[in-house]
Structures are given as C-alpha cells and as structure tokens.
Design a protein around this ligand. Sequence first.
Ligand code: SF4
Ligand code: MG
Length: 329
Amino acid sequence: DGPLLAVDDLHVEFATRQGVVKAVNGVSYSLNPGETLAVLGESGSGKSVTAQAIMGILDMPPARIPRGEIRFRGTDLLRLPEDQRAQVRGQRISMIFQDALSALNPVFTVGWQISEMFRVHRGMSRRDATKKAIELMDRVRIPAARQRVNDYPHQFSGGMRQRIMIAMAIALDPEVLIADEPTTALDVTVQAQIMELLAELQRESNMGLILITHDLGVVADVADKIAVMYGGRIVENALVHDIYRSPAHPYTKGLLDSIPRVDLKGQELYAIKGMPPNLLDMPQGCAFHPRCPYRQDNCVTDAPPLYEIGPTRGSACHYWREVFDDSRR
Ligand code: SF4
Ligand code: MG
C-alpha cells in the first residue's frame, strides 16, 4: 500500500525577471506513519519550496511544477481538483512556520483562533470549540490554559506562541505535520522544548513529521532519517544514525564538522567555504564543486546521480566512498 507520503521526482520552477529559477530539481523522498524525516539545507536549497508544494500553497504562477508527483496515501495531490486539495490542506496535512507572530491574527484571542478550527471544520458550537481549544492548549503544555484562552498573541512569549501554532496545526489530527524551521526564531533552551513537544505529540498520534531545518544539531535526537538538500537536489539521504556515524557526501560532512561536539574539548570548528549556489547560474557538473575539498576533474563536468550506496542510503557524490572512509567516527 506504499508510504503515507511520497514526493517523486519533483521539479519546481519560478519565472523571474532574470530568468527561470529551478528551485527544486528532481527531489524524491517518502514518509511513513510515525516517522520523522528531517530535511536539511541552507536557505535556497529547495527544502521549503518542496514543503510548500506538498501543502499546495505555492503561488502558481510565478511557480510552476513541470514534473513530478506528490502522492498522499497513493493519490497524486498535484492532480487533485482544488476543492479536494483544500480538504487535505490544513486538515490531513498541516504545517507550522518559523514566524508564529505573523501567522497568528493579532486582533483575536488565541482561544478564538484555535477554536475556529473546530467551528469551521467540525461544525462545533462556540462553547464546545472553546473547551477543545483549552484541551489543546493543555496538550501543548501552555500553563494555565483555562485562564490564558482569552489572551491575545502579543501577551505570549515566542516559545508559547509557537506552541499555539502547533496546537492549531494538530487540532484536526493531521496525518502529516510539516514543521518549517519551527525553532529558528527561539533561544536554545526553548528550541529544545519545542522539539521535545513535537516528538511527544508525534508519538501519541503516530503522524508523519517532516522537520525542515538548516541546523543539523537540532534533529539528531528526533529524526529517523535525513534528506540533505543542496541547490534544489537531494545530495544525501540516510537513516539518522548512519549519517552521524559516517556521512557519505562532502557537504554533509562539512555540516557535521561545523557542529560543536561536547566530547571534543578545544576543537576548532570547521566552516564550509564559499557561498550557496546561485540558482540562476548553477555550476556545471556537481553543483557543490566550487566548495568541495574532494573535487576531481570530472566533478566539474559530470553531475553525479544519487548513487544508491546502501538499502536506505544515497549519495550524489562520485567520490562518496572516500568521504565515507574519511569520516567514519
Ligand atoms: Fe565533491 Fe565531486 Fe563529490 Fe561533487 S561529486 S561532492 S565535487 S567530490
Ligand atoms: Mg525556508
């Protein structure tokens, strides 16, 4: 019966004044119930655009999807009429964003905003919907939910606002939750608490979770598997413990080497040299070659395919074996 969600050879382009930007260039990944996939990459790597395509919230035009499928329980969402798509969006697949303050409406109480989900989609009375809103605020661990249900977004801290966003996103028991940089705007302690909350909610509900981040440090404890994106492509995918033990792509290795490790004192942190690629003027061959310490002559001309290097692993590097052997920890 296949995975819960499968992105298959997805391509997304944007028409811009300077030309066509290929933001997503043949991305495939899949997600099962109860599973957490971390999608990792710098800004502009295509990770958010892929998520927006799954949600069906890309502005088309200027965006265009020339190729690919997004199958949700076997149905290609890209070929679904808009009214059926709207039934999926926010209900069966929902999303939380980095900036909770701008996603919440400042003129309505948080209780009103959460309970509206139940009034609109479940036809509940105001009283019942408010009760459900308080339950949800409890569930996402907002202290004194019964008192705070009538407060406005600005009366909450950034971390609490993100909890309110999470409450709204899980209100209708989605099968897939996409979290796009959900903790980037928060301080480190609060980040950890939010990640813990997401993991806990996921365990309770068995939903599939897609965690989009530029920070490899935040996903280690919660993700089952990782897809690393660079320049609109997946450059490495693997189970999370495999990737931490021995990355098989120079970009992933660079990301790992730039995370501070508690077990190494006085270490010098590594930083990947150079800039992310310009999507309007992608390097020939391997897109990572201008920054790659493993580069050989053929990298400049031959774009590597995503080599299958194990039953659950792929690397888009001609020299993945060298990287793998070098990086075994
Ligand atoms: Fe580096 Fe070549 Fe591998 Fe690209 S294919 S990541 S340039 S070694
Ligand atoms: Mg983004």
